[in-house]
Write a protein that binds this ligand. Structure first.
Ligand code: CA
Length: 379
């Protein structure tokens, strides 16, 4: 089998009054880059990358596509190496690695469809057939009374059956964040798991102080408290609090994750298959995490294609550590406004009592809606 065509769809959709903020920026629109790879046997695969859509599309079209046309899609490691290695100056972190991620995911989709197997079977089999989903939301809203809006949103997740949810902190002062967090805890009670995500908003001293304040609120994990470059700060923070420290969505490739893992910077790793180098690289990161006894919770913030890719990676994560009755890893289920999420595929994912079924059909188990892609693609 040979790759015959690579088509890219940079999708952009404004959010207008549904715009929201996290600690680094207001999100006034959602964007995503979807790639569809065709073969001479009529099998097509789809992939997705996280990042600036138009720049990623150009990178895939002009850089990745010429290197995979004519290649056998089963050679995922060989193709990965052919794009990453000769261009290390550019590919270690950033757009080229994200572009490679989308291409790699599409190749795994093709491999699954060609063999009639769901991707997780090609990764060594599923340790679980459903994902324990938590709600990612609770961003800073464009509301007259943000605190009231956040409490209402949190109660909505609880009513929808989510066992856990995540609050995005760092858009306001630490005092205001703690007040809102306390109000959310009061509203949802103590039987719902609550995490926080700062998207790299603090230095180590502030994060250590905040973590101590949040211990009384039984915060399950503190996500991206520090910028990803401050690995020593992560170690300092992790050794100073009983709250689990999570990070990894900004990290790329096994080489980048090696530092996070071996230096014991975090308790929970959050690789994103659409960022870190695709399913090929996610699997290698998983093997390292297992060797260092560090848990993995996939990061996902894209369309149903990204969710599907993450679900297959998640299915194949071994229990870290294993035991007779191991708890299942959490699975990120982004509930923030994203009109592209549902439109990109014909299949939809829903969480019932906080669980999402992992697709069992060949490949990723989703089919792209090409009419939707064409309608929302920008130049
Ligand atoms: Ca995050």
């Amino acid at each position: 089998m040979k790759v015959t065509d690579v088509k890219v769809y940079p999708l952009v959709q404004p959010l207008e009054i549904k715009s929201f903020a996290f600690s680094q920026t207001w999100v006034t629109g959602r964007q995503v880059t979807i790639v569809v790879i065709s073969t001479d046997e009529g099998i097509e695969g789809c992939g997705e990358a996280f990042g600036p859509a138009q720049a990623l599309a150009r990178t895939i079209e002009t850089f990745c596509a010429p290197r995979i046309l004519g290649q056998d899609p089963f050679n995922t490691d060989v193709i990965w190496d052919s794009i990453y290695r000769p261009y290390r100056h550019n590919s270690q972190k950033g757009l080229l690695c994200e572009a490679l991620s989308a291409v790699d995911i599409a190749l795994w989709d093709i491999k699954g469809k060609a063999t009639g197997q769901p991707v997780y079977n090609l990764l060594g089999g599923a340790f679980r057939d459903r994902a324990h989903a938590y709600a990612t939301g609770l961003y800073r809203p464009m509301a007259e009374d943000p605190k009231a809006a956040l409490i209402e949103e949190a109660l909505g997740y609880k009513d929808a059956g989510f066992f856990a949810m995540k609050y995005k902190m760092g858009t306001v002062s630490v005092e205001e964040d703690l007040e809102i967090l306390g109000a959310i805890r009061d509203a949802i009670g103590w039987d719902t798991t609550l995490m926080v995500d700062a998207n790299c908003a603090y230095d180590a001293a502030e994060a250590v102080w905040l973590a101590r304040e949040m211990e009384d609120l039984e915060i399950y994990w503190f996500e991206e408290p520090l910028p990803p470059e401050d690995l020593d700060g992560y170690v300092e923070l992790k050794n100073s609090t009983t709250i689990r420290i999570a990070a990894g969505e900004c990290e790329m490739t096994r080489f980048g994750f090696r530092e996070l893992i071996a230096r014991r910077c975090v308790d929970i790793l959050q690789p994103d298959a659409g960022i870190c180098g695709g399913i090929t690289e996610f699997q290698k990161i998983t093997a390292m995490a297992s060797a260092w006894n560090t848990q993995i919770v996939p990061h996902v913030w894209g369309t149903n294609i990204a969710i599907a890719a993450a679900l297959h990676c998640y299915a194949a994560i071994p229990h870290i550590p294993g035991k007779i009755n191991p708890p299942e890893p959490f699975f990120e289920f982004d509930r923030s406004p994203n009109p592209l999420r549902e439109g990109a595929t014909h299949e939809k994912f829903t969480a019932v009592d906080s669980y999402i079924d992992i697709p069992k059909t060949p490949g990723l188990g989703v089919t792209v809606d090409k009419d939707f892609l064409k309608a929302h693609a920008v130049q």
